[in-house]
Design a protein around this ligand. Structure first.
Ligand code: GAL
Length: 316
């Protein structure tokens, strides 16, 4: 049986990889590198324990954003070494890989919860590789700037300065931290933004000189209403602009939660909104909601579409 080839996105549908298996890369982040997209995500296992008993960070690659080859686990949990941060039973969430042009390294950041501690560790882990596919060498974990860090993402700005955005202070306030030149540690400067707003699931992009943000409220695996914001400096002030979603279940982010804003390579100004439909009772069945991001009258809009493809951007 030849495997199915795709030429469109079908948000929320089962999305088989080129082996015919539903993609297992939740809470993901994407990297474009030398003609290939790499999709890094949480590799979950089946059943109600599948969020906690995770295997590691998975990676898929694609040339067209539709058809994805499974490239395996690029950062596995560790077997046997009880003292290791990544011992099986730890939770690795929202992995993001960035390429550092100066060192040539690929740097993987993720939210780390230590085994048996629920969500109380609130740490960030870092691993480094010479190639997008790894192997990623674990560098350790920490609380950035000595503050809690849960849901997170990374942005590399036009001037190659990178920033970590993370839900801190028990999720109440988002922190934005500048990273060191090698992207492997916080550099020491950070700001508190969206103070007391319980902003989770941060996703960010830069478009026409401004920073655009989509996040969620704080309701665990249950969907809630997305929030958007814009700023002319990454440090703020950030102007909240409300729910960018339009269409069925728009008040529940189409039953999903933001994870990434993806610049489409070779199409300046074109971005995809990436979100997860979590299925905590069987996490490997979680679905992906990928939709075009529109910039209309100084606001973000994410409109539901049952099926669409990149030719959408030809009309923009
Ligand atoms: C969500 C968060 C997910 C995961 C989950 C655990 O709010 O966005 O990444 O941490 O909580 O309940």
């Amino acid at each position: 049986m030849p495997t199915q080839r795709f030429s469109s996105f079908r948000p929320g549908a089962i999305w088989p990889d080129t082996d015919g298996v539903h993609i297992n890369a939740h809470g993901g982040g994407l990297l474009w590198d030398q003609g290939t997209y790499y999709w890094f995500g949480e590799h979950k296992i089946a059943g109600p324990e599948g969020n906690r008993a995770m295997v590691g960070v998975s990676c898929y690659s694609s040339q067209d954003l539709h058809n994805w080859d499974n490239r395996g686990i690029v950062l596995p949990v560790v077997e046997g070494d009880e003292d290791h941060d990544l011992v099986r039973g730890c939770v690795i969430e929202r992995p993001k890989v960035v390429h550092n042009a100066r060192t040539g390294k690929y740097v993987l950041w993720f939210h780390l919860e230590l085994r048996g501690q629920g969500y109380s560790a609130a740490r960030t882990g870092v691993a480094v590789a010479d190639n997008p596919l790894g192997p990623y060498e674990y560098q350790g974990s920490f609380r950035p700037d000595d503050h809690m860090s849960r849901d997170m993402t990374i942005l590399v700005d036009d001037d190659q300065i990178a920033y970590l955005l993370c839900a801190s202070e028990d999720n109440q306030t988002l922190h934005i931290s500048q990273l060191t030149d090698d992207y492997q540690r916080p550099a020491g400067r950070f700001e508190r933004v969206f103070v007391g707003r319980y902003m989770e699931a941060p996703a960010i992009c830069k478009h026409e000189g401004r920073y655009w943000f989509i996040g969620s409220g704080c309701t665990g695996w249950k969907p809630n209403k997305a929030r958007s914001a814009v700023a002319t400096s990454i440090w703020g002030p950030w102007e909240e602009q409300g729910n960018p979603c339009v269409g069925p279940d728009a008040d529940l982010t189409f039953l999903a939660q933001s994870t990434y804003l993806l610049p489409v390579h070779g199409r300046p100004g074109c971005f995809l909104f990436l979100a997860d439909r979590w299925h905590p009772e069987n996490p490997i069945d979680g679905r992906y909601v990928w939709l075009p991001l529109e910039f209309i009258d100084g606001h973000l809009v994410v409109r539901w579409r049952d099926e669409w493809d990149l030719s959408f951007f030809d009309q923009q």
